[in-house]
Design a binder for this molecule. Structure first.
Ligand SMILES: C[S@@+](CC[C@H](N)C(=O)[O-])C[C@H]1O[C@@H](n2cnc3c(N)ncnc32)[C@H](O)[C@@H]1O
Length: 347
C-alpha cells in the first residue's frame, strides 16, 4: 500500500516547532512524511530528524527518504523514550504528533477502517501485532461493546448497536465493514446531516483496537522528559476525546503550583511549570478545509519546554490524572467542545 496524504496544518505545525538548524526533532506520526519533509528542509547539515510510525506501510513509504539526517523507526509512540534510546537519542529539540489516520490507511481496501469500502474488520494501524476489530467483536461481551461505542464514539444509540452486533455475531453475519455499517444503520433510529450513522461506531472501534487514548496519555509525559529547555511540543488532534487529553496535560504542566495563602514559602521556591503554552489552539483556515476536507476537525496546540528541572514537579503530578483520562468514561464526552467538534471525520 502506498498512496498520498495531504498534511494538515503543515506550515503552522512546523513553524510551531521553531526548528533550529542543528536541532534534533521527532515526528511521532510519519504517515506519508508531509511534516517530516518540511522539517528536513529547515534543518542544516548537523540537524537530525527521527520519525516513527506504528504502521509498517508508513515505514515502508519512509524508505523513499534517503537523507542521511533522517531515521525512520517502526513502533508506537507510547514507547517513545525507549524507541529513541534505541536510536541513541535521549534529548530532543522538538516533537510533533499529528494524530489519527492517514489517507492511505482510510483508503486501503484491506484495512477495514472505512465503512465505504468492503473489507474484513481489521482496523489495526500496526498490522504486525494486536487484536483486530473482528477478533475483539467475536469475544467481547455486549456491555463491553456498548461501553466502547458509547465512550469512544460518543454514540447515543450504543445500547441498540451493541445488541445488534451480538445478534449478528450469533447468526455468523458480522465479518466485514459493510455488514457492520448496515447493522449500525438499522440500529440507529435518527440521521445526522453530513454524517453516516456508522461514523461513530467505526471511530469507537478504531480508537479501542489501537488503544489510541492510552497511547496519547503515555507519550505526553515522555515528551516533557525528552525535550531540551526551549524545545517545542506540537500536537494536532482530530476529535474532542484526544484534544481534551492534550489540553488538560498542557494546562497542568504549564500551571505554576500554588500553595495555601500565608504558608511561609517564597514563590521562587515553588516547583516551576515545565511547559509554557505557545499561542492559542489553532484550527485550519477555511481555505485549507476547502482544499482538504479531512482537515475540518483538526485542532493544534503547542507548548515550549521551560528550564525547570525534570524533578521540579512532584512525582506523579501528571501520571495520576493521565491514568484517569485515558481510562475515563466521560458522561458528557463532547464536553464544552461538543458541537464544535464533529465525532469523527476520518472514515
Ligand atoms: C494523520 S497521519 C500523519 C500524517 C503525516 N503527518 C503526514 O504529513 O503524512 C497519522 C499517522 O500516525 C500513525 N500513528 C497513529 N498512532 C500512532 C502511535 N500510537 N504510534 C505511532 N504511530 C501512530 C498512523 O499510523 C498514521 O500513519
Amino acid at each position: 500500500m502506498s498512496g498520498s496524504h495531504t498534511p494538515v496544518l503543515l506550515h503552522e505545525a512546523v513553524d510551531g516547532l521553531n526548528v533550529n538548524e542543528a536541532g534534533v526533532y521527532v515526528d511521532c506520526t510519519f504517515g506519508r512524511g508531509g511534516h517530516s519533509r518540511l522539517v528536513l528542509s529547515r534543518l542544516g547539515a548537523d540537524g537530525r530528524l527521527i520519525a516513527l510510525d506504528r504502521d509498517p506501510a508508513a515505514v515502508e513509504a519512509a524508505a523513499g527518504i534517503t537523507d542521511p539526517r533522517f531515521t525512520i523507526l517502526h513502533g508506537a509512540f507510547g514507547r517513545l523514550a525507549q524507541l529513541l534510546e534505541g536510536a541513541g537519542v535521549t534529548r530532543v529539540h522538538g516533537i510533533l504528533l499529528d494524530l489519527g489516520m492517514s489517507s492511505p490507511q482510510l483508503e486501503a481496501d484491506e484495512r477495514g477502517f472505512s465503512f465505504r469500502r468492503e473489507a474484513p474488520l481489521d482496523m489495526r494501524m500496526d498490522t504486525t501485532r494486536g487484536t483486530t476489530a473482528a477478533e475483539w467483536l467475536a469475544f467481547a461481551t455486549e456491555s463491553e461493546i456498548r461501553e466502547v461505542i458509547k465512550n469512544y464514539g460518543e454514540e447515543r444509540f450504543a445500547k441498540s448497536i451493541a445488541a445488534a452486533i451480538v445478534a449478528a455475531r450469533a447468526r455468523g453475519s458480522l465479518g466485514t465493514t459493510r455488514q457492520l455499517a448496515a447493522l449500525v444503520a438499522e440500529a440507529v433510529p435518527t440521521r445526522e446531516s453530513h454524517q453516516d450513522p456508522a461514523t461513530r461506531t467505526f471511530q469507537a472501534l478504531r480508537i479501542h483496537v489501537n488503544q489510541e487514548l492510552e497511547e496519547l496519555s503515555l507519550v505526553l509525559p515522555q515528551c516533557v522528559e525528552l525535550l531540551e529547555a526551549g524545545g517545542r511540543l506540537v500536537v494536532i488532534s482530530f476529535h474532542s476525546l484526544e484534544d481534551r487529553i492534550v489540553k488538560r496535560f498542557l494546562r497542568e504542566q504549564s500551571r505554576a503550583d500554588t500553595l495555601p495563602a500565608r504558608l511561609a514559602v517564597r514563590a521562587r521556591d515553588l516547583p516551576q511549570p515545565r511547559l509554557r503554552l505557545i499561542g492559542k489552539a489553532r484550527r485550519p483556515s477555511d481555505s485549507e478545509i476547502a482544499i482538504n476536507p479531512r482537515a475540518r476537525s483538526a485542532i493544534m496546540r503547542a507548548a515550549e519546554r521551560t528550564s525547570a528541572s525534570r524533578d521540579a514537579r512532584p512525582a506523579g503530578a501528571w501520571s495520576d490524572s493521565s491514568k484517569g483520562l485515558a481510562g475515563r468514561r466521560p458522561r458528557n464526552p463532547g464536553g464544552t467542545s461538543k458541537g464544535r467538534f464533529e465525532a469523527s471525520l476520518q472514515v
